[in-house]
Design a protein around this ligand. Structure first.
Ligand code: GRF
Length: 214
């Protein structure tokens, strides 16, 4: 049984899609906890209604990003996660935090990465006049919205589309690909990507010293 910890900041509809798929498809996994950086995140109510443990680690309680990430890491690690899932978690994470979870942390971004990283992706897509838009599930690395992609879903940009209409159609796709990607992780289909990311993080550790080869 694999332990999944999901981090949210708000609505939590991606978290909900993952929980529902796990329950319906009986994955060999459990949601060990849902952690939010905001006590008022609506998704916490869904978690509680599904008898899933919840915790709040508020970034406002910490004077620096590094101290918040350290507190968040210790809260997450208390649940012994095999996988950490960022589901609308609206915080930029520090490099040590990301390195600690190398190869076992996923995010979803509402664009066809590498296009339109960062915020306001639907506005960016409309401004660029692209014919296709979508969503990407990717491993998290310390470069924001740049880790290796796991799954992407594409939708056409239609005449008359607005930020809201695009966001709504992309969200439907997010709810399909995020559970699918998490299931792939749980079933071991992403093992080679995981291993590469772990090796890379290990080699980049500041105290890493190459072993002498005789
Ligand atoms: C989603 O569009 C996700 O791609 C982005 O933030 C939004 C979160 O929505 N990172 P929800 O909280 O999962 O409903």
């Amino acid at each position: 049984m694999k332990n999944i910890v999901i981090l949210i900041s708000g609505r939590g509809s991606n978290m909900e899609a993952i929980v529902r798929a796990l329950e319906a498809e009986r994955w060999p996994a459990r949601i060990a906890a849902i952690i939010s950086n905001r006590a008022d995140a609506a998704g916490l109510q869904f978690a509680a209604a599904h008898a899933i443990l919840t915790a709040v680690v508020s970034n406002q309680d910490y004077p620096s990003r590094a101290e918040f990430d350290a507190a968040l890491q210790s809260a997450i690690d208390g649940f012994a996660p095999d996988l950490v899932v960022l589901a609308g978690f609206m915080r930029i994470l520090t490099a040590p935090f990301v390195a600690h979870y190398a190869g076992r942390i996923l995010n979803i971004h509402p664009s066809l990465l590498p296009n339109f990283p960062g915020l306001a992706t639907h506005r960016q897509a409309l401004a660029a006049g692209v014919a296709e838009h979508g969503a990407t599930v990717h491993f998290v690395t310390d470069e924001l919205d740049h880790g290796p992609a796991v799954l992407q879903a594409k939708i056409p940009v239609l005449p008359g589309d607005t930020e809201q209409s695009l966001a709504a159609r992309v969200l439907v796709q997010e709810h399909l690909i995020y559970p699918r990607a998490v299931r792939m992780f749980i079933e071991g289909s992403l093992a080679s990507q995981q291993k590469q990311l772990r090796t890379h993080a290990e080699e980049c550790r500041p105290d890493h010293t190459k072993k002498d080869v005789a």
